[in-house]
Design a protein around this ligand. Structure first.
Ligand SMILES: *[C@@H]1O[C@H](CO)[C@@H](O)[C@H](O)[C@H]1NC(C)=O
Ligand SMILES: *[C@@H]1O[C@H](CO)[C@@H](O)[C@H](O)[C@H]1NC(C)=O
Ligand SMILES: *[C@@H]1O[C@H](CO)[C@@H](O)[C@H](O)[C@H]1NC(C)=O
Ligand SMILES: CC(=O)N[C@H]1CO[C@H](CO)[C@@H](O)[C@@H]1O
Length: 490
């Protein structure tokens, strides 16, 4: 175990300047943008200065006192009423957390005079309790442990603020919690499990429903693509599957992915490249050339290969490596990648297996349940199986019952079917509907790559959809601040 420290609250400024070039709030599953953001301007983050918090390794074993240093960031420039102003807890998720990202949350913090704090998720970035991420060492990686991390961190930071501003008695500051994607689910679950610690929660594209066979993912890709583009994508899949059966090396090298020995990994890569175009609000970059090439005399497979190599690998920063099971088996923890850790969470807790639907699938029928379960067994050992029912039993899935959680989703985002899309008492839900509204558009604007400073929404096909959602989020915060423990309903 690396860096054992006694379980004493401590605050140590990081001596090294650790900027790892990844997006603070990364993409869901396989964080992209590592390449494009390695040259990112400083204003992608409002702060990148790390601090450290001593976190308990196992919140569920009272006799185990081990702890590890967990990285966090804080930003107080707008915190003008430290005795009563709100504190916004931004949740980082399945990737390196390089700072507090300069998205729409910063605009909200300015509006409400809030401090922002952000905790790196255990096992990712610099916050890994272990240097070797063997399956055995990964056993303390779960959403449940992560929620406890957030709860103890929240109290630690409140104490810190009390000391900083000489507060001896009185009430805590009003806290709000925010997250996009998996951190969006954590944000909702945090309010569910620790309602006394936060007044409200924003679950932006929060995937609160664990799904074993997530066929709706591919169906949403088809719907977001529209008939012409979906048909071109199906033709690509059909022809690639034929090529894979006869000359796998040739077809893989056309896509620059010859390193993927496992045909399943290659099929998954091709499916994911299209899905992420819709998830992150770049439908036209994919569909315009593809539809144009889906005509006699043109080659639609070549056009797709061009998209994958130039945009998905090039601009977007994905790599074939992230799909390679041989690479996922490597157990060294490094600051750059969360792929292995995220797959562990997928294979144990939430699944979201993006399997091909039986009819009208975009992806190859080879991307099936067996592919995913084989990956879990191959990478983490036989018997690894996601406890989807238990996860949903514990949190309630889309039927989560709590108050003051605001759900937002993007209409084109394949993940929205794992979120909560309908309002219920105390849980307002909004869908931003537009041609390129995707994952986390409320906080990040459109597209989500490249990163939009302060969540600039002008490039959303209907900026007003995003503005409406933002206005309602602000009303939600305003009401909870001024009326305390009431219940907000749209
Ligand atoms: C808190 O108290 C200390 C010691 O009395 C003082 O030096 C410091 O300025 C005070 N800080 C604030 C924010 O009032
Ligand atoms: C997932 O889908 C496969 C193929 O349709 C089916 O055999 C399996 O039972 C499903 N698993 C679950 C947990 O629903
Ligand atoms: C896992 O199961 C497979 C298939 O049943 C078997 O071939 C392999 O030896 C097992 N591996 C381990 C490490 O037990
Ligand atoms: C497509 C979809 O689920 N739309 C929902 C968006 O959110 C509104 C408000 O909750 C619902 O009424 C819609 O059904």
């Amino acid at each position: 175990m690396a860096a054992m420290v006694p379980l004493l609250l401590r605050l140590v400024a990081c001596l090294c300047f650790c900027f790892c070039g990844a997006l603070a709030a990364p993409a869901f599953l396989r964080p992209p943008l590592t390449h494009s953001l390695s040259h990112s301007p400083d204003d992608y983050y409002v702060t990148k200065q790390p601090f450290w918090f001593s976190q308990r390794l196992d919140h569920f074993a009272s006799q185990d006192r081990r702890a590890f240093p967990q990285r966090y960031y804080h930003f107080q420039s707008f915190f003008d009423r430290p005795h009563s102003g709100p504190i916004f807890l931004r949740i980082c998720g399945e990737g390196t957390c390089s700072g507090i990202s300069n998205d729409y949350l910063v605009v909200l913090a300015k509006q409400f005079g809030a401090a922002i704090v952000c905790l790196e998720h255990r096992y990712y970035g610099e916050s890994s309790p272990f240097k070797e991420l063997t399956t055995d060492n990964l056993k303390y990686l779960s959403s449940k442990q992560a929620l406890f991390d957030l709860a103890s961190f929240r109290n630690f930071y409140q104490d810190l603020v009390n000391k900083q501003f000489n507060r001896t008695t009185g009430e805590d500051n009003p806290w709000f919690v925010f997250g996009v994607s998996y951190p969006g689910a954590l944000s909702a679950w945090f309010r569910l499990k620790f309602p006394h610690l936060v007044r409200g929660s924003l679950a932006s594209s929060g995937v609160v429903l664990a799904v074993h066979n997530y066929t709706a993912f591919d169906e949403q890709v088809a719907a977001s693509a529209g008939p012409a583009c979906a048909s071109a994508l199906r033709e690509v899949t059909r022809r690639v599957d034929i090529e894979l059966a006869s000359n796998p090396v040739k077809i893989k090298s056309l896509f620059g992915a010859e390193q993927l020995k496992n045909d399943g990994d290659f099929r998954y890569l091709l499916a994911d490249a299209a899905a992420e175009a819709f998830q992150y609000g770049n439908p036209d970059i994919l569909c315009l050339p593809l539809v144009a090439a889906h005509t006699p005399g043109q080659d639609v497979v070549d056009a797709y290969a061009e998209f994958v190599k130039t945009f998905f690998f090039g601009t977007f920063g994905a790599s074939p490596q992230g799909y390679n099971q041989e690479y996922l088996k490597l157990t060294k923890s490094g600051p750059d990648s969360g792929d292995r850790q995220w797959w562990y969470q997928v294979c144990t807790e939430v699944a979201y297996f993006q399997v091909a639907p039986s009819k009208n699938s975009i992806r190859s029928p080879g991307v099936d349940e067996k592919y995913h379960l084989d990956l879990c067994a191959n990478v983490f050992g036989n018997g690894t199986y996601p406890e989807v029912d238990i996860t949903n039993l514990y949190y309630g899935g889309s039927g989560i019952t709590a108050t003051n959680i605001f759900f937002t989703n993007g209409s084109q985002d394949p993940w929205r079917h794992a979120s909560k899309q309908k309002s219920s008492p105390g849980e307002p839900a909004i869908i931003m509907t537009c041609h390129n509204c995707g994952h986390g558009s409320d906080l990040r604007g459109c597209p989500q790559s490249p990163f939009q400073i302060q969540g600039d929404a002008t490039k959303c096909a209907k900026p007003n959809e995003v503005h409406k959602a933002r206005q309602q989020i602000a009303e939600f915060i305003h009401m909870l601040l001024h009326k305390g423990e009431t219940t907000f309903t749209l």
